[in-house]
Design a protein. Structure first.
Length: 727
């Protein structure tokens, strides 16, 4: 169906681009092309898609024509202050849109713009929106503010500039503080507020679980499975059928373990490892999800729609229903399971000697946790050592091989960012009771090293077979961002060596080595991360900058990531000799769209996860108003000093309320300096703060510096998300 639509679009585009073509309406195009009644709707849809893609445009009189070269089409990125940016595919820089030239565009809208002045590289000082092609947001999640005869929805999305006006009759009886879903009925114009109607009340802002539900609704993340999907589960067994063992490699006699976090339920990967005659034989065995989730089935369509599982603090929105993710596909201990396995042989120096990719049968002996494996490796718990005594030699061997593989990666320049991730502990009412950095111990590194090895091995294998495939790519950072990073780290006496064209990842790894153990280590690591491009999925194998490797893919998590499931299908068809020219052409056609969609869904999940963490941090710190904490200055702007606490929570100190002196921002030193006292607050400095205020609606945490503020100040500055993001 998709292939036919693309052919229709191409035919229409060629027709409109013909030199003899004159702009005409839809009915005239149908008449000239002799479109059958059954295809009339398809033609209209294809024309609309071409408009949205920026290939053609439609005049105010409804006539379709090729897009003039002076216009561009892209996605509008809003800002709370009214201005915005437009991101155009193929252009390096976003186009700046002043508020007066936005035409009332909302964040996420597909728009046509006329650049004021731009170079061939796409640099632009300014542009104006000339047409809104498609609205990106049709609903808004926010907090309701009730007035006497009307109300406003204050959007959670900080990129939406205006509050939404809601008439009393359209409020569903919502009260101030309710989290609501609001359908936009009028996008506003000529300085009038957008208008909407409440379609769902999620709960009060302070009710348990409302914050997570609000984020889920805001990002339109599917929660419930359609009836078709649930009905299809009836055909999937609870246990593996022995008939499926035929033709598979039997690994059940090998000592086998999974290693995951204590609360993990979807176990994608299991490990086997042995050492003989100077050769390590490492088996990375991955759940054979594609055996049960067939292409174009209801399960497959729903998995593609979700793209990935979404982990929101203490809850998971899985890509696949629990019958698969926690059941037949999960490599649970004590059960036979089907796998797609990558068995690799390494010499003592960690060089890959040989590998085999095959379908397998597995029986996991033990479901291990990172905590217990760490205790075994460090010999710190006699009870745990005794419990897993037969497997202790294998864990020692794992650490041995892991260390070799990691050393080799670092040698080639792989960047190992050791930035603390936030772990939030909540009670039965979803209330945060503790926030701390995630523990990254030797056991987590072992699994990371083995999964990376399998992902690289699979990617290189399929690259040289020249088959259509979905790779994980990470491009070189932009030169401008590296220049900014270089200027920043110069303040700490650090330097980046770079050629005119690009920086080698090894140079960045050297910086990380130099700052290890220093008080500003986490700060510079974060700044370095922010200078990187975002990894994405692609059909082109362009390499992975962060890992400093030429070939990389995601193979190891098909329960929770669609890209892994997608390449499993290709691998299995190849193993069975089923990749005919027709199937190869099929994958060449669908993979670019699938890869792009997977990247979009991954970003959606990551943003939702970040939003929930921020809300939980605010909720947690609101219980500590007036208390003092130690922290490190993690960012400085012209108005704010940002401080990260030992528990990873970050808040902002408003310079406007530092009354002991007049402070100004020294851009060269990334420091706030007192005019009279010459007191300096610089990146990486250790400071003590007091928690002043937390605002769940504005998503802000306000601190005061103990030695820089007058105690008892009731009002504090509120750092906007834009300023926070600009660090």
């Amino acid at each position: 169906m998709g292939e036919k639509r693309e052919r229709v679009k191409q035919k229409l585009y060629d027709f409109i681009c013909d030199e003899q073509y004159k702009p005409m309406r839809l009915k005239d195009i149908r008449f000239l092309l002799q479109v059958k009644d059954a295809d009339k709707k398809r033609v209209e849809e294809a024309l609309n898609e071409l408009v949205e893609e920026g290939k053609i445009t439609v005049t105010p009189k409804g006539k379709y024509k090729k897009l003039d070269d002076k216009f561009l089409v892209g996605d509008y990125i809003g800002n709370k202050k009214g201005y915005g940016f437009v991101r155009v595919e193929g252009y390096k820089d976003d186009f700046f849109i002043p508020a007066k030239f936005s035409m009332g565009a909302f964040h996420g809208d597909r728009v046509m713009i006329a650049p004021d002045s731009y170079t061939k590289q796409g640099k632009s000082t300014e542009a104006k929106v000339t047409q809104i092609l498609k609205r990106g947001l049709t609903t808004i999640v926010g907090t309701y503010d009730k007035q006497q005869n009307f109300g406003f929805v204050i959007p959670d999305n900080q990129k939406v500039a205006d509050d939404i006006f809601v008439a009393k009759k359209d409020s569903m009886g919502a009260m101030t503080g309710h989290k609501v879903v609001c359908r936009i009925t009028n996008y506003g114009a000529d300085h009038k507020s957008p208008e909407g109607e409440i379609i769902e009340i999620l709960g009060h802002v302070n009710d348990p679980g409302t914050d997570i539900l609000s984020v889920v609704r805001a990002y339109d993340i599917p929660v419930e499975y359609p009836d078709k999907v649930m009905d299809s589960l009836k055909d999937i067994p609870d246990e593996v059928d022995e008939a499926d063992f035929v033709g598979r490699t039997d690994f059940r006699a090998l000592p086998t373990v999974t290693i995951d976090g204590e609360d993990a339920k979807d176990l994608d990967d299991a490990i086997t490892l042995s050492f003989e005659d100077g050769v390590y034989t490492l088996g990375v065995h991955i759940a054979d999800v594609s055996h049960y989730v067939k292409e174009k089935s209801p399960l497959d369509k729903e998995a593609l729609k979700r793209g990935t599982s979404c982990y929101l603090v203490d809850s998971v929105i899985p890509m696949l229903p629990h019958k698969l993710s926690n059941g037949i596909c999960s490599l649970n201990a004590g059960t036979d399971r089907l796998t797609l396995s990558c068995v690799m042989k390494f010499d003592k120096k960690g060089k890959l000697l040989d590998h085999t990719i095959c379908e397998g049968i597995l029986h996991v002996d033990e479901r291990m946790t990172y905590t217990n494996v760490e205790k075994i490796l460090e010999r710190s718990d006699e009870e745990v050592l005794k419990r897993y005594e037969p497997l202790v030699p294998m864990f020692d061997l794992m650490l041995e091989l892991s260390t070799i593989l990691r050393k080799n990666r670092r040698k080639r320049g792989s960047i190992d960012f050791d930035v603390a991730e936030t772990k939030i502990i909540v009670d039965e009412n979803h209330k945060p009771v503790e926030i701390k950095p995630y523990d990254r111990n030797p056991a987590t590194k072992i699994i990371e090293d083995f999964m990376l090895a399998a992902n690289e091995t699979i990617a290189e294998d399929y690259f040289w077979q020249e088959l259509p495939f979905e790779y994980r790519v990470h491009e070189h950072p932009d030169e401008e961002k590296i220049d900014i990073l270089a200027a920043f780290i110069n303040n700490f006496g650090l330097f980046i060596k770079a050629s005119r064209d690009e920086t080698h990842p090894k140079e960045l790894q050297k910086i990380l080595d130099q700052i290890e153990g220093k008080p500003y280590e986490a700060l510079i690591s974060k700044m370095m991360l922010r200078s990187m491009k975002q990894a994405r999925y692609s059909t082109e194998c362009t390499g992975h900058f962060g890992l400093s490797c030429k070939y990389y893919c995601h193979f190891t998590s098909p329960i929770r990531r669609y890209p892994d499931l997608q390449i499993h299908r290709i691998i299995k068809e190849n193993l069975h000799g089923e990749l005919s020219e027709k199937r190869i052409e099929h994958y060449r056609h669908i993979l670019p769209t699938v890869a792009n969609d997977n990247s979009v869904k991954e970003r959606r999940a990551e943003e939702a996860e970040r939003d929930v963490i921020k809300l939980k941090e605010i909720e947690y710190m609101s219980e500590h108003i007036g208390e003092e904490f130690d922290g490190v200055i993690s960012g400085v702007t012209s108005n704010y000093i940002f401080v990260e606490l030992d528990n990873t929570v970050e808040g902002a100190v408003s310079v406007a309320y530092m009354y002991d002196d007049f402070y100004y921002f020294n851009e060269q030193e990334y420091a706030m300096v007192g005019e009279k006292t010459k007191k300096k607050y610089q990146l990486g400095d250790k400071v003590r703060i007091k928690v002043l205020k937390c605002d769940k609606i504005k998503k802000t945490i306000d601190f005061s510096l103990i030695d820089g503020n007058i105690e008892g100040v009731e009002k504090s500055g509120e750092a906007t998300r834009d300023e926070t993001d600009s660090q």
